[in-house]
Design a protein around this ligand. Structure first.
Ligand SMILES: [Zn+2]
Length: 256
């Protein structure tokens, strides 16, 4: 059994092949993948690379992490939500109105068995659709479609949830920076990479002998992004007024 983000699984396959390991000869039979958006094309790639059956998994860090819903081996169309532990609804993200089962909307979860940190009608920000048709596996738990959209601006980078406002909060705490920044997210092989460009202020820019100071700022940003958000960033400081006010702050070049 292999459990990973889909992109990390593909990365493992690539690295394994590069090291001369026969990935298909491993005794893996099933893989469970989630924590980032993926498609059936990626599922095919993983299944071919490892010679396994790849199943989709859903979970929220705020609830229990992975394992709130999962595909069955027989159905493989939608993930069964563990309704003995969660009540699920879909709502209109604008009005908050509950939608009929089967309509696309924001998933809302209520926990039934959590004791330490129960959640009542917790809005996930994840847009999906509930599938009420009976599953060929015989389970009666309702199913949900794979989440490919959000109702907010949350980014998922290597399975880690990041809001642009969190990046901003880090940058404003660091002296010498302007609030102007641009994040570019792309893929390097199977894995996400995050490039962050940030403008320095005039004072830092005109300071003589400031190379060391610039390096210190750069390292501080990299460290804070890692420590507070759990994300590796490639940081580049740029001159004041390099980034236009009209430029998008977040550019996501990944294709899913
Ligand atoms: Zn099923």
């Amino acid at each position: 059994m292999l459990c990973a983000t889909p992109s990390y699984a593909l990365h493992l396959a690539e690295e394994g092949n590069a090291m001369g390991i026969d990935i298909k000869a491993l005794k893996l039979r099933v893989g469970i993948f989630g924590a980032e958006p993926w498609t059936d094309a990626i599922r095919d790639d993983i299944e071919k690379a490892f010679g396994i059956t790849a199943l989709d998994l859903f979970g929220l860090s705020e609830v229990i992490g992975p394992g709130m819903a999962m595909e069955c081996l027989e159905g493989r169309h939608g993930m069964h939500i563990f309704e003995d532990h969660f009540i699920v609804e879909t709502i209109d993200p604008q009005t908050g109105d509950v939608l009929p089962e089967g309509a696309e909307g924001e998933l809302v979860f209520t926990t039934l068995t959590k004791e330490a940190n129960p959640l009542v009608r917790y809005r996930t920000g994840d847009i999906s659709r509930l599938i009420t048709e009976p599953c060929r596996c015989g389970r009666t738990h309702i199913k949900m479609e794979r989440v490919l959209k959000r109702s907010d601006d949350m980014l998922i980078i290597r399975g880690v949830n990041v809001f642009p406002s969190q990046i901003e909060a880090i940058l404003v705490e660091i002296e010498g920076l302007e609030p102007n920044y641009q994040v570019i997210i792309d893929k390097a092989g199977a894995l996400d990479v995050l490039d962050l460009q940030v403008e320095v202020n005039d004072k830092i820019f005109s300071d003589s002998g400031s190379i060391k100071q610039l390096q210190k700022i750069e390292q501080r940003i990299v460290k804070d992004m890692r420590d507070y958000l759990g994300v590796s960033a490639r940081v580049k400081l740029v001159q004041p007024n390099t980034l236009k006010k009209t430029d998008a702050k977040i550019i996501d070049k990944r294709r899913i």
